[in-house]
Write a protein that binds this ligand. Structure first.
Ligand SMILES: *[C@@H]1O[C@H](CO)[C@@H](O)[C@H](O)[C@H]1NC(C)=O
Length: 338
């Protein structure tokens, strides 16, 4: 009888300790990192990660969006894609009105129809997306309508060979707050702004420091460096760039300027890629802010591919007819063997 009683008591202790651990664990997860981490293991056993990047696209097929989409499908077939990245401005002119907005089908589902593009689309928001219902794009209802759609404000994608950090850059731009002109932005979840930005930068810095990935890539809508119409984004040069440099980030990828660009760094291996040619392009509209660091600039429509192995990366930019305009590659053999 007494033994039985002791056993019961012991069992109760074990159960309550387990519950305590669960609670503690949950709390610790919450406190540690606010950035959600998604995992995408490459399809092929070849240890080759392959994806396309397109930005500034949602115009219901107009302004050559459909032609760019067709070529993405064609090139995608030859590359055996793991996924597609969108650098934002997913729906013009004012994002989605709600999760029921048919623009989602008209500008996304019914445009990117090629079989090679039936892969996850990892997507951030652009400034135009913030002019509508910004939260709608992260709604699970969109995923029900089209299972490819993955849109969060900021998140991490772990792909074994590379870790990709998606950052919500729109709230960094002062002018959307101080001088919005006649635009209304959906800042739900962003206010108070200072705290939102400070947390985001802290979480990114922490996640980059913890990352053991061979290649570290950061994706945002706004450029850090650009020769296009908007030019460099001063807020990001001051607040984001030092974090990328301190953590040996390899590539920063963005849209916002409606062109294709590759800009290098004089003082580090960090490379800047703009893929914002998903539909309407801005011919001849340039700032030439980084002339001495620019490796490639094209003011027409198109997209970019990236292929990553343990030791090598190849980047190719394509135009609206699928012709390769610029090829660039780098490797880390040298760094690791010396
Ligand atoms: C679409 O692309 C073609 C080249 O294939 C170009 O001649 C045309 O001007 C483009 N149209 C628009 C609206 O940008």
């Amino acid at each position: 009888m007494a033994l039985n009683h002791h056993l019961q008591h012991a069992l109760k202790m074990v159960i309550s300790i387990s519950v305590m651990c669960l609670v503690l664990n949950n709390d610790m997860n919450l406190a540690r990192a606010e950035l959600e981490t998604l995992v995408h293991h490459p399809d092929s056993s070849a240890l080759l990660l392959s994806f396309l990047v397109v930005g500034d696209w949602g115009r219901k097929g107009t302004h050559n969006q459909s032609q760019v989409a067709f070529q993405m499908g064609r090139i995608g077939e030859t590359l055996d894609l793991d996924f597609i990245i969108s650098t934002g401005d997913n729906f013009y002119d004012k994002g989605l009105t709600s999760e029921y907005d048919p623009a989602f089908e008209d500008s996304f589902t019914n445009i990117y129809t090629a079989s090679s593009l039936q892969k996850p689309w990892y997507t951030v928001l652009g400034n135009h997306d913030y002019r509508g219902d910004a939260l709608a794009q992260s709604s699970s209802f969109l995923k029900q309508k089209d299972s490819r759609w993955v849109c969060l404000k900021s998140f991490i994608l772990n792909t074994d060979v590379a870790e990709i950090f998606f950052i919500d850059t729109t709230p960094f731009q002062d002018k959307y707050f101080t001088d919005p002109e006649d635009q209304v932005y959906d800042w739900r979840g962003v206010m108070p702004r200072k705290k939102y930005l400070a947390n985001l930068l802290k979480d990114l810095d922490m996640a980059l420091k913890e990352s053991t990935a061979k290649w570290k890539i950061v994706v945002g809508h706004h450029p850090i460096k650009s020769d296009g119409h908007h030019g460099n984004t001063q807020e990001l040069v001051v607040q984001l760039l030092p974090i990328l440099q301190a953590n040996n980030v390899d590539f920063y990828i963005n849209g916002h300027d409606h062109c294709l660009e590759h800009i290098s760094s004089r003082d580090s291996p960090l490379q800047f890629f703009t893929s914002g040619g998903g539909s309407k392009a801005w011919r001849g509209d340039m700032s030439w802010m980084n002339l001495d660091e620019t490796k490639f600039y094209y003011d027409g429509q198109g997209f970019m591919s990236m292929q990553i192995t343990e030791n090598e990366v190849q980047v190719i930019f394509y135009d609206v007819s699928g012709s390769a305009l610029h090829k660039w590659s780098t490797s880390k053999w040298l760094y690791s063997t010396i």
